[in-house]
Ligand binder design. Structure first.
Ligand SMILES: [Zn+2]
Length: 265
């Protein structure tokens, strides 16, 4: 699993980018390695890898040419407790999110706490689930601090909601691991030109835990961002499938247990 690092800061400088629907910025990691992040502009947010929220576009516009900002991947939730509120979700989507929470709660140490008027003062940091009128649900990675949006697309399935919650509790996509090229082949010729950036590895902003997990709920599907209906990512091991959205894998569960066992000590 690829998980958030604990403490990590980035120095960011905004640079020009021509395409209307995309933008970029450059950051320097703790070893002063420059890294470019290309993002898609969607509904007021910068989005990478299809469903990972990076920042509000209005916040990126305010970043001066050199500034230290919080890491893109946020922090862990204290004691594994994740407070949440529902925004304008349909009953169907509310149930999908509740089912998704139940999956994580019954198989890991994560606990979700609904915010009420009585307990709100105890929980300044929380997830706010809101409906999104587009095709992809999306989420930030890790705890960002304050109110943190999770966008739930129309008719979101419980396991898609569980994938977004996986991001919110600190998991990156599995195929963003530093060692992914040993396990999967990226078929660049089949990827939509505009979306090739979604296959960049963000090596500076995560830490790889356990072995590569083809079975992860956090893995791209074999056809992610395909321009021609053919596979864009294929396992080196031909006996496995990728991109399942039917269960939390053993290593998804183990990664969260390792991350949050430490915070419980
Ligand atoms: Zn995702």
């Amino acid at each position: 699993m690829r998980i958030i690092k604990y403490v990590f800061f980035l120095i960011v400088s905004g640079v020009g980018f021509s395409a209307e629907n995309f933008g970029n910025f450059i950051y320097y990691d703790s070893q002063a390695r420059a890294k470019e992040i290309i993002y898609e502009k969607e509904d007021g947010f910068a989005v990478v890898e299809g469903d990972i929220l990076v920042k509000k576009l209005s916040q990126i516009d305010k970043i001066p040419r050199a500034a230290i900002i919080r890491q893109i991947g946020g922090e862990r939730w204290v004691n594994g407790e994740v407070p949440y509120k529902f925004g304008d979700l349909s009953e169907e989507n509310k149930n999908a999110v509740l089912n998704a929470m139940h999956l994580w709660e019954t198989q890991t140490v994560i606990k979700f706490i609904e915010i009420t008027t009585e307990n709100a003062h105890n929980y300044p940091d929380y997830l706010l689930f809101v409906s999104f009128n587009g095709k992809n649900s999306s989420s930030f990675v890790g705890k960002q601090g304050g109110e943190q949006i999770v966008k739930i697309a129309i008719s979101c399935k419980p396991f898609s909601a569980a994938h977004e919650i996986g991001h919110a509790i600190g998991l990156w996509h599995e195929q963003s691991r530093a060692d992914r090229d040993k396990y999967v082949t990226i078929l660049w010729d089949n990827i939509d030109e505009d979306y090739k950036f979604n296959f960049n590895q963000h090596i500076g902003d995560g830490q790889d835990l356990l072995e590569y997990d083809y079975d992860s709920l956090m893995h791209y599907s074999a056809y992610a961002f395909s321009k021609n209906g053919q596979q864009t990512i294929t396992p080196v091991n031909k006996d496995v499938n990728i991109g399942q959205r039917t269960h939390l894998s053993d290593k998804d569960i183990a990664a969260i247990m390792v991350m949050y066992a430490r915070s419980l000590m």
